[in-house]
Structures are given as structure tokens and as C-alpha cells.
Ligand binder design. Sequence first.
Ligand SMILES: Cc1cc2nc3c(=O)[nH]c(=O)nc-3n(C[C@H](O)[C@H](O)[C@H](O)COP(=O)(O)OP(=O)(O)OC[C@H]3O[C@@H](n4cnc5c(N)ncnc54)[C@H](O)[C@@H]3O)c2cc1C
Length: 626
Amino acid sequence: MRSLFLCFASLVVAAVQVASISTYDYVVIGGGTAGITIASRLTENKDVTVAVIEAGFNAEGLPEVFIPGFIGMGIAFTTLDWSYATIPQANLNGRTLTVNAGKALGGSTIINSMIFSRAEKEQYDAWGQLNNDNTWTWSALLPFFKKSELFTPPNVFQVANGVNYLPSVHGFNQSEGRVKVGFPNFFFEQSALWRKAAEFLGFAASPDLADGNPHAVGVAPNSIDAANNTRCSAACAYYTPFADRENLVVITNATVSRILWANSSAQGKLVASGVEFILTSSNETQTVGVSKEVVVSAGTIGSPKVLELSGVGNSTILKTAGVTPVLDLPTVGENFADHVHSWANSFTNITLTKDALLLNTAFAAEQKALWFQNRTGLYSALPRSLGIAAPSDVFTPSQLGSLIAQAEANLTHFATEFSNGNPALARGIAAQHSIALALYKENKELPLEMNLEPGYSGPTSFAARPARNYTTINSVLYAPLSRGRTHIVSSNPLTPPAVDPAYWAHPLDVAAQVGGIKLARRMLVAPPLNSIYNGEFEPGADKSTDGEIEDWLRGVVASDNHEVGSCSMMPQALGGVVDTQLRVYGTMNVRVADASIIPFPVSSHLSSTVYMIGERAADIIQGGKA
Ligand SMILES: Cc1cc2nc3c(=O)[nH]c(=O)nc-3n(C[C@H](O)[C@H](O)[C@H](O)COP(=O)(O)OP(=O)(O)OC[C@H]3O[C@@H](n4cnc5c(N)ncnc54)[C@H](O)[C@@H]3O)c2cc1C
């Protein structure tokens, strides 16, 4: 394989030469979670050539990437992060929030937290329901989830620390499985106390948080190589082992500026003939030709941007940005949804927390040495025990009844508001809300993820908070009804888009997030977690009513970096951008495959679902024979 890491100046010239003269069967835009999955699977066939064009570089060798406990350190959240800024959020005191997304080969799996859970079966079934296509349902997709992973069962130590698993839902195929999935070598004592507290409050103990029934509490699987306790990103899983393939070219440090279209179109549809990109090192524009298909896998914010820069999208928005429209597909960039992060934390009398790593540099150095010696210690720990809450855990029956009744009464109003003036999308969002509310009634739409952080997590900086040990319950809005959008504002490919997640635009989202703080508070003082409780820090005793909690949250909630939906897989009559073969409506040979196609948000961290989408996309492209 010709691996072209353009961070090395000597190879830039080679890359330019290869890139400028070459035509490939497939060009994949974005070497992230889905993109590198697809490229890797397609090039298993030696007769197929694939070029991947990735804006970032190969960062697999950085400690902040491969050491689990180094999440967020070094350049993880700077150079390796697009750090997309939202527009001021009307419902969050006009704040501008950051949506993080990985900018490297492997995409967001280079900087994510490695939690490898899956969502509720019925939520995947909703994708099939919206598309009237039963190949996009949990039971049809489970083989693709399993195909993507190579699962290492927990060892005796991990089982003793509360890990459960169901062999039937995991992938064990040594030759086929790619993402190494396992469990860490260190568990904080308070995680077990918290799981017991959740059970005390009525959560069932989960047999496996990837089994499609996550309304429970348990230890989530992680995307790590259990053999050496290192991150297994998309690059580790789908690229590095196959780096010598002659038929796969990866061009890094190259930002795609647009898809090039052939002059002639078949059946009145657009035909992609190549892809144009800009080399970071020289700012030079290059092109590669494509003989079969372009696959856009630039992520939920990157993919609509590439389509819009290529003239595919809402013509009015494109013209305002200075791009000449070639295909009016007005819902590109719409239907955007994201999970929303919040916290409740307390002081604790337990002495071993993650705070110790910040408070005591000698201790942190010892722990680092331990990791290098034998892959143990605090830096071998990973997030985390999770509990996925159902409506019954969050609301009283009468509260829930009234919230659902209000949402039903206002369904058309919100669907229209969120659709940005597009009647088809208004129908699509109405259909999504109808499904979500029906699932709410069945206690199946899971509005919150709760998880324990054995240390401080929250909105206050290290310098500004008391230098003490903390226990945090993260509470994440998981089934948002709010829908926003992301659109280009300029024809310059290097200008960031305007991202408007429209956080908290639906009253049920606000009520669920407030309920999450109340549930987190109940957890902090439930036995046996109450044995380490030493008083609440945030939100704090002065925020006791729902209104006070809500006001505090408006000033602090953050993106959970789980953005979806901006190139939705839905019928065109419902405002979709791609069909169930992931083909962009109105094009012959352009597909989108990444988190942006998810039409209906799911209550889980997303990477396992995006790998599944990548596997499914490769299978579709190969004609279903993979
Ligand atoms: C900080 C953080 C923590 C997370 N934690 C978890 C977790 O613990 N567990 C979990 O399951 N999920 C987690 N997620 C979410 C999950 O990792 C992502 O949803 C998923 O990886 C997205 O996959 P994707 O293929 O859609 O996009 P990505 O993996 O982001 O890939 C998109 C790729 O396209 C490239 N790109 C974009 N624009 C261009 C362009 N114009 N030209 C060339 N290349 C381009 C990007 O650089 C990137 O490599 C987290 C995400 C973040 C950011």
C-alpha cells in the first residue's frame, strides 16, 4: 500500500504526483470511523482500488491516543479536533458551544472515550420503520455490529469487578472481526458502589450493555485491545493491519473541497467524476478521478459541508454562501440532533479518585510508570459503568403523561419549526416524533444516560474549584426531540460551517435533562454510594426547584459530541438526503456513510453504531455479497 502521510515533507511530492494522475474505483472522503471501515472492506478485493482523502494525519503513535487514561490530554482536543463552534444557542443563554470531532486518520475514534455500547433495539427498528425497509432494523443489523468487532471476554479480575457479557451479541471471528473490544485493567471502587445504588433505585443489572436492551446498569465494553490495554481506533482496526495493500491509497493532511461532476448525466442524475482537495502543507489544490463511486464519510458536520461545497443542497443557502447550485436538495444539513451533557457532583471521603492524578503530580508519575510497566494503574482504567434510564426512572406517571400529551398536541408545531421551511422534512420530523412519543409511552425511548465519573467532572475549571476529591454522576440527554442544522456560510472550503444544534428547543428535552439532575442527586445519596458522600458541590444546595436547576443547566450544559442526522436516511417524501442504499437522491454514484445518515437519534455512544453503518455500506456497495 502507498501510505501517504503528508506530515513528512519528503513524501508530500510523492503524494501530489500520485494524487494528480490517478483515478480510483472508489474515492472515500474522510478517513474516519465509517470511511476507513468502508475503504478497508472494499480493498479486501484486490481488483478494487480505493483512495481515502483525510484532512488530519495518522496520530496512532501518540500516547494521548493509545493510552486509555490519557483521553483528552496533549493535542487530543486541539490539533486532532475540529472543535466546531455552534452559533449562539437561543435556549442556552446565547452561549456558543463546542462540538468536538476527531481530525485524524480514524476520525473521532482517535479522541473518543472508547465506550462501546449499543442502543435500544426499538430505536434501530425506528430507522426501518421510517424507511419502510426491514434491512435497517436491529435484527438485520446485528450481524454487521458483530462483524465489525473482535471481542475479548472479561478475565477473572474483570468479572470480579462486575463485568458481564452475552456471547450471542458479540463478534469473535478472528479473521473477520476488526475493532478490538474488551475491558480495562483497573476499576474504581466507587463504580461498584454506584451500580449497587442504581440497582437500589430500581435499575436492573445488565447482562450486557450491547445487547439491545440497555435500560439497565452495568460495565460498558470498551474499544480497547485487552491484550495490551491500548485504544483500538478505526485506524488501528481497519487500516494499520492492511497498510501494505497495493490497492488502497490514503492521502492524509488533505481537505476535500468538493466533488467534481461529469458534464453528462445519466437519467438526469448527477455523476461524480472526481474529488478535489487542498493539501495542508502547501495549500495547493489537487484532484483524483473516480471511475465508480464517491463515498462521503466526513462526519455529521463534515459530510453536509462537502455536499454543499459541491453544489448539492438548499439552493438559497448555497447561493448566499457563493456556491453555484447543481442539485437542489434542500434538506442537506438539516435534521441535526446531538446528545447533551450535564453533571451533578459531590465531595467524597473516598481517597482514590481521578482527582488524585491532578492534585498529586508524584502520584500521577507513578501511575504513568505503572501503565508502561505492566498496563495497570489508574491510566489503564476507562470509562465507565453506565445506566441507561427509561422515562419511568426520570418522571412520575402524571408528569410523563402531561409531557407526552403536550408534545403530541404540539407535534406539528415543532416539526414545522425544526424543518426550516421544508414541508417534506416537517413530515419526516413529525414521523420521528410520533415514533419517539410512542416509545416514550412504552417506556422504550431512553431519555438519559447516567454514568459515574470517579472524580470531578463538571463546568468548573481545576483552578476554580476546591482542591478535593469528588464523585460525579454524568447525566446525558440521549433521545432529543430538538432538531437543528449545519450549513456552509462561505464557498471557502477552509471556513467552518454554521452549526446550530438548536439544543433544548423542545420542552420534553428540557424536562428530561432537569429530571436527569434530580436522578443523579438521588443516586449520589442512595445506598451504598451514600457511604462516600460528603455533600453536594454542583449544582449546589441553592438550586433546589426544577426552575432553579433548569436555569443553572442553561448556563452550563455541553455537547456530548454525538451529533447525527444531517444527511438523513429517509424517503425523499420525508425530507431524506440518502435512500436506504445510502445513495444521495438525485445522484448516480455518490453515497454518504457515517453518523450523518442516522435519521432518528439512538440512546447510546455512537462508535459501534457507526462501524456497523460502515460495514453495512461496504456490503451494499459490494452488492450484498460481503
Ligand atoms: C470527544 C468525543 C468523545 C466521544 N466518546 C465516545 C465514546 O466513548 N464512545 C462512542 O461510541 N462514541 C463516542 N464518541 C462519538 C463517536 O466517536 C462518533 O460519533 C463517531 O466516531 C463518528 O464517526 P463518523 O464516521 O461519523 O465521523 P468521524 O469518525 O469523525 O470521521 C469523519 C472524518 O472525516 C474527516 N473530514 C471531515 N471533513 C473532511 C474534509 N473536508 N476532507 C477530508 N476529510 C474530512 C475528519 O477529519 C474525520 O477523520 C465521541 C466523540 C467525541 C468527539
